[in-house]
Design a protein around this ligand. Structure first.
Ligand code: NAI
Ligand code: AKG
Ligand code: MG
Length: 387
């Protein structure tokens, strides 16, 4: 890719091309070409290295609610598959420092050290209490792009069997900036912050992603008719950056229309990557999950230049927590994205094949999919399906 960039880019773009080249390996990983990770090897983009035991260390945040149950499934399956990683569990229970919510230094240091983490869902109190730890982690590590793929599961019947969307959500600002204040009693203001820097960063990532994964159409989902300045800036920057990617077809669609059209007929979205400001990606990704069978099935990757954190799209599911009812597939598929990011393609492919086989058989699936299996029974079935 670097040589292509240097060949085709005008001088003013060469710095950008270098930045593209140093983007995390997740994009390249999605090409699914196998690359062996030997002890000490450096996989392009992912900076972690194996220890003397030949294993990578990965930070594990088990999370709240169903988090420990679904994390256990990932641990059991990885252990049965002999994946060469060691988990480093960390506690992210927040503390107050100078009036601000902070995540313990040990957890932050662990992610900095390992460059990669798998995270269970973290609950956020409604209306008051600490700020979202999920957002805090994304901001702390500058995880600027949240990649949320959503694909129909073979054998699991839903109204459409051809859903294949990839949403890339700006992950550090927008409506999630958390800048809110009382203007006068009874009037509050919440600021949607859109910056050129953060927008350009996620847009370039999205164009590059679309090009690399063979979905060479990028669509910006926006509401620049109403938010003329904020979404307008995002959209205009996308138009400008599209000129750097002549091989990627670019267009734009209003958010409300995109919602209507995806639920009416998802097939025109299968050859595109969608990129959008933060809140739109949050909502649209839950909506797409609904089309394939629910939140128990959709993974995500929070991608940064240094570190990346992989997590399910769903939350802590307090309604089913502690009962062994949770579907661990979403976190498992997130861990597959993580393995691809780390260059461990063979392990990723093997586990992924076993997951899809188990779901397609339909004998040992969890209650959200109409089955009767407990979380651990489903995990055991996945292990039995290893080739
Ligand atoms: N990235 C994260 O860590 C996220 C955290 N949250 C937090 O999670 C908490 C609960 O949020 P909710 O709105 O209830 O959303 P939720 O995603 O936790 O649950 C929504 C519905 O989906 C079901 N569900 C979710 N995951 C499932 C799974 N793996 N298997 C089977 N069913 C599953 C739940 O039982 C519930 O009926 C909140 O405190 C919220 O702030 C919400 C979304 C993302
Ligand atoms: O942090 C939270 O409480 C919710 C985050 C969320 O919904 C998401 O990341 O999709
Ligand atoms: Mg959400």
């Amino acid at each position: 890719m670097l040589s292509r960039c240097l060949r085709t880019a005008p001088a003013r773009q060469s710095v950008q091309c270098m930045q593209q080249f140093t983007r995390p390996s997740f994009v390249q990983a999605q090409l699914r070409s196998y690359s062996a990770a030997a002890p000490g090897d450096k996989v392009a983009g992912f900076k972690g290295t194996t220890g003397s035991d030949g294993k990578y260390t990965v930070t594990l945040i088990e999370g709240d609610g169903i988090g420990p149950e679904i994390s256990q499934s990932v641990k059991d399956i990885f252990s049965a598959a002999n994946v060469p990683i060691k988990w480093e569990p960390v506690d992210v229970t927040p503390t107050l420092k100078d009036g601000k919510t902070v995540i313990p230094d040990e957890a932050i240091d662990s992610i900095h050290r390992n460059y990669v983490a798998l995270k269970g869902p973290l609950a956020t109190p409604i209306g008051k209490g600490h700020v979202s730890l999920n957002l805090t982690l994304r901001r702390t590590f500058n995880l600027f792009a949240n990649v949320r793929p959503c694909k129909s599961i073979a054998g699991y019947k839903t109204p459409y069997d051809n859903v294949d969307t990839v949403l890339i959500r700006e992950n550090t600002e927008g409506e999630y900036s958390g800048i809110e204040h009382v203007v006068v009693d009874g009037v509050v203001q919440s600021i949607k912050l859109i910056t050129k820097a953060a927008s350009e960063r996620v847009l370039r990532f999205a164009f590059q992603y679309a090009q690399d994964v063979g979905k060479p159409k990028l669509r910006v989902v926006h509401k620049a008719t109403i938010m003329k300045m904020s979404d307008g800036l995002f959209l205009n920057l996308a138009r400008d950056i599209s000129k750097e990617f002549p091989n990627v077809e670019f267009d734009a669609e209003l958010l409300d229309n995109a919602c209507l059209r995806i639920v009416t007929d998802p097939s025109p979205y299968a050859d595109k990557v969608l990129v959008m400001p933060n809140l739109y990606g949050d909502i649209l990704s839950d909506m797409c999950a609904g089309l394939i069978g629910g939140l128990g099935l959709t993974p995500s990757g929070n991608i940064g230049d240094e570190c990346s954190i992989f997590e399910a799209v769903h939350g802590s599911a307090p309604d089913i927590a502690g009962k062994g009812l949770a579907n661990p597939t979403a976190l498992l598929l997130s861990s597959i994205m993580m393995l691809q990011h780390m260059g461990l393609y063979q392990h990723a492919d093997r586990i992924q094949a076993a997951i899809f086989k188990t779901l397609a058989e339909g004998k040992t699936i969890t209650g959200d999919l109409g089955g009767k299996a407990k979380t651990h029974e489903y995990a055991d079935a996945v292990i039995k399906n290893f080739q």
